[in-house]
Design a protein around this ligand. Structure first.
Ligand SMILES: NC(=O)c1ccc[n+]([C@@H]2O[C@H](COP(=O)([O-])OP(=O)(O)OC[C@H]3O[C@@H](n4cnc5c(N)ncnc54)[C@H](O)[C@@H]3O)[C@@H](O)[C@H]2O)c1
Ligand SMILES: [Zn+2]
Ligand SMILES: [Zn+2]
Length: 341
């Protein structure tokens, strides 16, 4: 089968490799589309140290159930997406449905020992395969994973109808967080994003936007929301955005750190202590949140149509990776998807 292999950091190649076969309890998907994630770009450059040369990446995918191993009761032929977080299934965290805490979890597209989705076929445990309605636009299936990250972040911030929400960063994860805040009932959502095209996309999602370069974010947010935000979802993860989150939220508010832009942050400790802000981390999602998001995406919410920028073929993908990784100024507002069939 055709696969995108990370030859060395900075070089991707389309290669013929053996197609994986599904073992007992596993499902093989014929991949249709797989999204390029920021973490794939950092894996491509070697910046995040979580990918290794020789591996196939890809964790945001939609495909068709093509064959199943023994003991799998899933019809073949229908569209499906994959929850890439594969827990051991038996530890306390997995039994609680919080596979993100499983000490031996393996993430499809990250773990080099697992088959992954920048390829014509991928194999996953049946419990990680979520069937989707045939009638929905297939590209939406590749959005379930990043949308689940945003949904989990909003959930970690306990976002509800009473909240005024600020999202820092309007990339795919910030977009997902803003959509999730709306999905959880928040009527007032503002996204802070310097990139004009991405502000435009967020506006099309029906949320307000501010440009952090246009003046103090706290003041801009306060004037849009008629007061400070009660929750901030930081989908950048830099000292500057945490500072903006503190400046834009009131005493006793929640600040969720889902962005991982910097491994170390400088932050104003008193905004947490005397300001009683709860600073909460968010990483991936629970299996329930992923399933709820897949189900929601299956209802074909209208705002999803803005999230996909373009599709490229597998043969165009190596050049696309190089282009996207080379210059953050060329970041497209929406997702780039690679088509495999
Ligand atoms: N915790 C998780 O589970 C998880 C999962 C996926 C991604 N991430 C992380 O989330 C972050 C966002 O992911 P993405 O795919 O949207 O990345 P991205 O790079 O496409 O988007 C980040 C956005 O932040 C904007 N930005 C930069 N500086 C800013 C500032 N000072 N104020 C406001 N916006 C600013 C950029 O213009 C860009 O649009 C990344 O750090 C990524 O590693 C975390
Ligand atoms: Zn991702
Ligand atoms: Zn486990």
């Amino acid at each position: 089968m055709k696969a995108l292999v990370l030859r060395e950091f900075g070089t991707m190649a389309v290669e013929e490799i053996d197609a994986p076969t599904p073992g007992a309890g596993e499902v093989r998907l014929r991949v249709r589309l797989t999204g390029i994630c920021g973490s794939d770009l950092h894996g491509f450059t070697g910046a995040n140290g979580r990918r290794v040369p020789g591996q196939v990446m890809g964790h945001e995918t939609v495909g068709v159930v093509e064959s199943v191993g023994a003991c799998v009761d899933l019809p073949v032929g229908g569209p499906a997406t994959i929850n890439p977080v594969v827990g051991c299934g038996t530890c306390e965290a997995c039994r609680a449905g919080t596979e993100q805490y499983c000490p031996t979890k393996r993430v499809i597209g990250v773990d080099a020992t697992r088959t992954a989705s920048f390829a014509e076929y991928v194999v996953a445990p049946a419990s990680n395969v979520l069937p989707l309605p045939s009638a929905m636009p297939e590209a939406y299936g590749a959005l379930v994973e990043p949308l689940s990250v945003g949904y989990h972040a909003a959930g970690r911030g306990a976002v509800g109808p009473e909240d005024r929400v600020l999202v820092l960063g309007g990339g795919p994860i910030g977009q997902a967080a803003a959509i999730a805040a709306r999905r959880l009932g928040a009527g007032r959502v503002v996204v802070s994003e310097p990139h004009e095209g991405r502000r435009g996309l967020c506006r099309a999602l029906g949320v307000d936007v501010v440009d952090p370069g246009a003046g103090p974010v706290g003041e801009q947010v306060s004037s849009l929301l008629d007061g400070p935000a009660s929750v901030a979802l930081d989908a950048v993860g830099a000292s500057a955005t945490v500072a903006d989150a503190f400046a834009s939220t009131g005493l006793g508010s929640r600040v969720v750190l889902v962005g991982m832009g910097m491994p170390k942050l400088e932050l104003d400790a008193f905004s947490v202590s005397t300001g009683e802000r709860a600073l909460v981390g968010a990483f991936s999602y629970t299996s329930r949140e992923f399933a709820e998001t897949a189900q929601w995406v299956g209802t074909v919410p209208p705002q999803l149509s803005d999230l996909v920028e373009r599709e490229v073929t597998a043969d165009q993908a190596p050049a696309q990776f190089a282009e996207l990784a080379a210059d953050s100024a060329v970041l497209p507002p929406g997702k780039v998807l690679v088509r495999f069939s």
